[in-house]
Design a protein around this ligand. Sequence first.
Ligand SMILES: [Mg+2]
Length: 284
Amino acid sequence: MDATVGSGEGVPVGPDAARRPTPASVPAHAVPVAGVGFRGWRWEATDSETTGRPDPALLPAGHAVAVVPAAVLEATPKMLVMDVDSTLIRQEVIELLAAHAGREAEVAAVTEAAMRGELDFAQSLHHRVQALAGLEAAVIEDVVAAVEPNPGAREVIEAFHGAGWQVCAVSGGFTQVLAPLAADLGLDRYRANDLEIVEGRLTGRVLGTVVDRAVKAEMLRLWSAEAGVAQPGVMAVGDGANDIDLLHAAGLAVAFCAKPALREHADVELDVPSLDVLRILAGL
Ligand SMILES: [Mg+2]
């Protein structure tokens, strides 16, 4: 990725950028970026311009630089593949379910360890879903109602669709919650785990192959192949260790307000809590 830095675009970001003077490291031909939850600057850089990538040490506190290679910007069509829990939505769905079972703290501790990469995801999922055994399936409706898309989610989906591109979501969470969310947001494709329900209650098991980090990457490759999107045109976004393979499979890998375990695998570390920034990275 570094080799193509000079032909990409830089997007310095910072939540308070509008109240600050333009940093000296931002070139004069940069244009302001606004309306995506923060104000920053965007500019194109040639191979010979070292200004394409300001020294982070020269940037004021709260600013960051995202370098998007030209191959990513020029790819068309494009596809956006997002993780769901703590990426597309603010919450972790399994914690919302666990709260109904009165086991929220226990499940949250396992989730945290899994997202830090300390536990095998499939094992940790089975352990957490076991804690939901006996829960009335009707609570799923309450959880669906409680799910909140992250700021900018609808805007970036609308922008991608406006360009004729696809938006997909792949989740280590649950189909019973993702399906209505996908319908609400107009997602083109989605995949998650199926909670087993017998006689109106969760059994504490999931059906079929667990959507773990490897399956997430497989879905990205499958969906992009089916849609005729070349790898440089695929943007993947996630926040946890379970998204490492997903990010490696993409043309542009974005860590969204992410756990440390994921950041080293990302091309862009996005710490502004607005998914709308993704459309800037996509050139929209
Ligand atoms: Mg997540």
